[in-house]
Design a protein around this ligand. Structure first.
Ligand code: GLN
Ligand code: ZN
Length: 761
C-alpha cells in the first residue's frame, strides 16, 4: 500500500512543553516521575496528531529529552569514562551530565562537546569514541516508547534509530586517532540485539537514519554500509533506510543495493536524481519520496509534486511512499498558533502540522485520484499564485538594483596597504590596539525593560532614554578600562538577526515559531518572504550618540548578509544567493550612512559564514563565491580611511582561509582563546594579508584571564602574525557575562596590551 509517513515530528511540543518540563526537572521543581509523566503525555499528543492527520505510520523514538544522537549514545552504553558509569542501565542523570555537565544527581563533569547537525541549526552531542570501548544495550527507551506507541497507534508505530554508520561518523576519536570503522565489529551486534528486541516488541518496520549517505564518503565507508546492513537482517523486521539533507551522488548505488526493504530519499534537495534512484532501486523495495520540504516553512506546490509523483506511482505502485524530506524537527510545530502573523504571508506557509496534511493529501491524490482532494489542491494553487503575484514579494527597485550590480561595488577603492595608511592617519591607534566584539552584559534590567517596551508598558521615548543611559554607561566603562576602539554595547538588540530583520522589508516574525536549537534551547528564526529593503537607517542613531560621548573611535556594529540569511527561514522561490545579495545591498546602505554620520570603524559580523558551507565539497566554491561577494558588496562602498572589521566565532578556518582573506576586511577578529592559538597554525602556510585580532579572552567561561595568560597568548600569536598587524580583543561578544568578570578581564586585557607594547614598541 502507498503510505504517507514522516521521519520525525518536532519534539518540543506546541507550547514548548519539553523545554518547560526538562528545565523544571533540572532546577528541582519536578521529580523524575513527573518528568516521565509529561514525556508520555507529549508523545501521545504528537502521535494522536499524526494519526488524526491520516498518516499510515508514526515515528517512535524521535522524542528526546535532549538530543537523539545522545539518546543513541546512551542506548549503546557508550558513556565516556569520566561520568563514572559502571555498566548496566544509563540513567537519566548520567544522560544529562553528558549533555550539560550537571544534573540533579551525580558528580558534575565537563560536558560532551556539542556541534551542528549537518547543515542545520540543530546541535547534537558528539559521541566520544575510545578504541577500547565496549557497547551494550544500556537503555530501554526505544522499547518502552514502542510499547507506549502501540497503545495509541497499534501497528502503525514504527521505531526510528540513528544508524550505526552515521553514529560512528558523527563521533570523535579520543586520544590518538584511530580508524572508527574498527569499532563496527563491536557495534553491529548491539544494533542487531536492539532490532531483535524491537521486532519482539511488535515492530514490523523500523526506520534507520543514515544521513551521512548525503556526504562525501571515503570508499571504505561505502563498503562498510553493505557489510553492516547484511549483518543487520532480522527475520520479520523490515528496514526503511532513511537518507536526507542532500542528493546521494556517488553513494546512490550503494544505497539502492543495500539489503533493506525500503529507501527514503530527500527529493527536495536531491530532486535531480530521483529518476536515477527509481531506476536503481529494485522494484520490490519501497521507495519513500521526501517531496515536502522538511527544512523550510513554505507550503508545498502540490500540483508540481504530483506531476513528479504520478509517473513514479505508475511504475512502483504500492511501493511508492510519501513523506517530508527529513524529520520535521527543523520546522515550527503549528501554523494555527500564529495569531499575529500577517494574514497574507500566513497563507503561504506550512509548519509541521500542516506538512502532515500535505503529505496525506498527496497520498490521496495518488491512490484515490486528484478529484478526491480537489479542494486542497485548489487551495494550494491559489496560495501559490497569490504568493507569486504579491507586490510584497517582488520589489522592482530591488530587482533593478540587483541586475545592475557592478563589479566595482565589490571592491574597495584602493588595496589594503594604502587604506592602512589612510586609517592610521585618521584613527591614530597605538601598536596592538584594543577593542571588544560588540555586546556588553545584557543585564536583567535590560531584558526587563525591553519586555516592558514590547508589552506596551513603557513608551518609545522612555525606552530610548533607557537605552541611551546604557550606552553612556558602557562608553564610560570602556574609557575606564583604557580600550582604544569602543563600541556602544548593543543594549537595543535581543539577538543579531531579529533586530535587523524587524527593520527591513521582506521579513516576517512569528509569535510561536520555535525550533529546537539544542537541548531545551529553542530559537524563533525570522522568515524572509520577499525582496529585502532597508526603509531607513537601522543603527546610525545609536552609533552617533555613542560617538558623541567619546573622543575615541566608536565602532559601528552590523550583522552581515550571510549570517542574516543563515539564521532565517529563507524564500524558496529564488536562489539563496540572490536573497543574500539583496541583504548585502541593504547593509551597504547602512554602512554608507554610518560613514556619512562620522563613524570611522564599522564591524560587519559573519559568525555564520562557515556553517553555511554546503555538505559536499564540490559545492563549496560556488557558495563561498557568492558569500564573499555579498560581504564585499556590503563593505566596499566606504572610503579608504573608514576601517572595516569583521568577526567570526570560529577558528577552524584552515580550509577556507583564502576565502576569509578574500573578504578583504581591514581587520578580522576571531575566536582563539580556547584553542590556545593553535588555530593560528593555518597562518604558517598562508600569510593573512590584513590585520587580525585573535581572541585572548574566552568569553564562554566565567573565569577571568590574567594579564600574564593573555600576554602569553599574544606572544604566541606574534610568532605567526607580524605584531604591527595584531589586535587585542576577546573571543566574542560579552552579552552573556557578568559585569564583575568583564571589569576585571578587560582591565587585564588592556594591561597585557600595554606591557607588550613596551616589549615590542
Ligand atoms: N557583535 C556581536 C556581539 O558582540 C557578535 C556576536 C557573535 O559573533 N555571535 O554579541
Ligand atoms: Zn562571536
Amino acid at each position: 500500500m502507498t503510505c504517507a509517513h514522516i521521519l520525525g515530528f518536532p519534539r518540543i511540543g506546541p507550547d514548548r512543553e519539553m523545554k518547560k518540563a526538562v528545565e523544571a526537572y533540572w532546577n528541582g521543581t519536578i521529580d523524575r516521575a513527573e518528568l516521565a509523566r509529561r514525556g508520555v503525555e507529549l508523545r501521545r499528543r504528537n502521535w494522536r496528531t499524526q494519526i488524526a492527520a491520516g498518516l499510515d505510520f508514526v515515528p517512535v523514538g524521535d522524542f528526546s529529552w535532549y538530543d537523539h544522537v545522545l539518546d543513541t549514545t546512551a542506548l549503546l552504553g557508550a558513556v565516556p569514562p569520566r561520568f563514572g558509569h559502571g555498566g548496566g542501565e544509563v540513567d537519566l542523570d548520567t544522560y544529562f551530565r553528558m549533555a550539560r555537565g550537571r544534573a540533579p544527581s551525580g558528580e558534575p563533569q565537563p560536558a560532551c562537546e556539542m556541534t551542528k547537525w549537518f547543515d542545520t541549526n540543530y546541535h547534537y552531542i558528539v559521541p566520544e569514541l575510545y578504541q577500547d570501548m565496549a557497547f551494550t544495550v544500556a537503555t530501554s527507551k526505544p522499547f518502552d516508547e514502542l510499547a507506549e506507541a502501540r497503545d495509541i497507534a497499534g501497528d502503525q508505530a514504527r521505531p526510528v534509530l540513528l544508524g550505526p554508520l552515521s553514529w560512528l561518523w558523527l563521533g570523535k576519536c579520543q586520544g590518538a586517532a584511530f580508524d572508527k570503522l574498527t569499532l563496527l565489529p563491536k557495534l553491529v551486534p548491539v544494533y542487531g540485539e536492539i532490532l531483535q528486541r524491537l521486532q519482539a516488541g511488535g515492530a514490523a518496520w523500523v526506520q534507520i537514519d543514515e544521513p551521512i549517505l548525503a556526504l562525501d564518503l571515503p570508499p571504505t565507508w561505502r563498503t562498510a554500509f553493505a557489510q553492516v546492513y547484511h549483518a543487520l537482517q532480522i527475520p520479520e523486521l523490515k528496514v526503511l533506510l532513511a537518507t536526507y539533507f542532500g542528493p546521494l551522488g556517488e553513494n546512490l548505488r550503494t544505497a539502492c543495493e543495500l539489503p533493506v526493504a525500503g529507501l527514503h530519499v530527500d527529493a527536495v534537495r536531491g530532486t535531480g536524481e530521483l529518476d536515477q534512484v527509481a531506476d536503481w532501486l529494485p522494484a520490490h523495495k519501497v521507495l519513500s519520496v521526501g517531496v515536502i520540504d522538511g527544512r523550510n516553512v513554505w507550503r508545498t506546490d502540490l500540483e508540481a509534486a504530483l506531476a513528479r509523483l504520478e509517473p513514479l506511482s505508475r511504475r512502483r505502485g504500492d511501493n511508492l511512499w510519501l513523506a517530508p524530506s527529513c524529520s520535521l524537527l527543523h520546522v515550527p510545530v503549528d501554523l494555527t498558533a500564529e495569531n499575529r502573523l500577517d494574514r497574507e504571508v500566513k497563507n503561504w506557509l506550512a509548519f509541521a502540522v500542516q506538512k502532515l496534511d500535505e503529505t496525506v493529501t498527496l497520498k490521496r491524490a495518488l491512490t484515490e485520484g486528484r478529484d478526491t482532494v480537489a479542494e486542497a489542491l485548489e487551495a494550494s494553487r491559489q496560495a501559490l499564485a497569490a504568493r507569486r503575484r504579491s507586490p510584497r514579494v517582488t520589489d522592482p527597485a530591488v530587482r533593478a538594483r540587483l541586475s545592475a550590480l557592478d563589479p566595482a561595488m565589490e571592491r574597495r577603492r584602493n588595496p589594503y596597504p594604502s587604506r592602512r595608511e589612510a586609517q592610521r592617519a585618521r584613527l591614530k591607534l597605538p601598536l596592538l590596539p584594543t577593542t571588544t566584539i560588540g555586546s556588553f552584559p545584557q543585564t536583567a534590567e535590560i531584558r526587563r525593560t525591553r519586555r516592558a517596551f514590547r508589552n506596551g508598558e513603557i513608551g518609545e521615548a522612555e525606552y530610548t532614554a533607557f537605552l541611551r543611559e546604557q550606552i553612556a554607561f558602557v562608553v564610560r566603562k570602556q574609557e575606564g578600562y583604557g580600550l582604544d576602539v569602543l563600541v556602544h554595547g548593543e543594549p537595543e538588540r535581543s539577538d543579531m538577526v531579529e533586530y535587523f530583520g524587524e527593520q527591513m522589508a521582506g521579513f516576517a516574525f512569528t509569535e510561536n515559531g520555535w525550533v529546537q536549537s539544542y537541548g531545551s534551547r529553542c530559537v524563533k528564526p525570522p522568515i524572509i518572504y520577499g525582496d529585502v529593503t532597508r526603509p531607513r537607517p537601522m543603527t546610525v542613531d545609536w552609533a552617533t550618540y555613542a560617538q558623541s560621548l567619546t573622543e575615541k573611535p566608536m565602532k559601528g556594529m552590523l550583522t552581515g548578509p550571510v549570517t542574516l540569511l543563515q539564521w532565517s527561514f529563507v524564500r524558496d522561490d529564488q536562489p539563496r544567493r540572490d536573497t543574500c545579495l539583496q541583504l548585502a545591498l541593504a547593509l551597504r546602505d547602512e554602512v554608507l550612512d554610518l560613514e556619512a554620520a562620522g563613524i570611522g570603524v564599522i564591524q560587519i559580523d559573519e559568525p555564520a559564514l562557515r556553517e553555511g558551507l554546503p555538505l559536499r565539497r564540490r559545492d563549496w566554491d560556488a557558495y563561498l563565491d557568492w558569500a564573499v561577494r555579498a560581504f564585499r558588496i556590503a563593505a566596499s562602498g566606504v572610503k579608504d580611511e573608514t576601517q572595516i572589521h569583521t568577526h567570526m566565532c570560529y577558528a577552524e578556518f584552515n580550509d577556507i582561509i583564502e576565502h576569509i582573506a578574500a573578504l578583504d576586511a581591514d581587520v578580522i577578529t576571531i575566536e582563539t582563546a580556547r584553542s590556545k592559538m593553535e588555530l593560528l597554525d593555518a597562518f604558517a602556510e598562508f600569510e593573512y594579508p590584513n590585520e587580525i585580532g585573535p581572541g585572548v579572552y574566552d568569553i564562554h567561561s566565567p573565569n577571568v584571564p590574567s594579564v600574564e595568560e593573555m600576554m602569553a597568548l599574544l606572544e604566541k600569536a606574534a610568532e605567526r602574525i607580524p605584531v604591527e598587524r595584531l589586535w587585542v580583543n576577546p573571543d566574542c561578544g560579552l552579552k552573556t557575562r557578568q559585569w564583575l568578570e568583564v571589569d576585571q578581564a578587560l582591565a587585564n586585557m588592556v594591561e597585557a596590551a600595554r606591557r607588550l607594547r613596551r616589549r615590542h614598541g
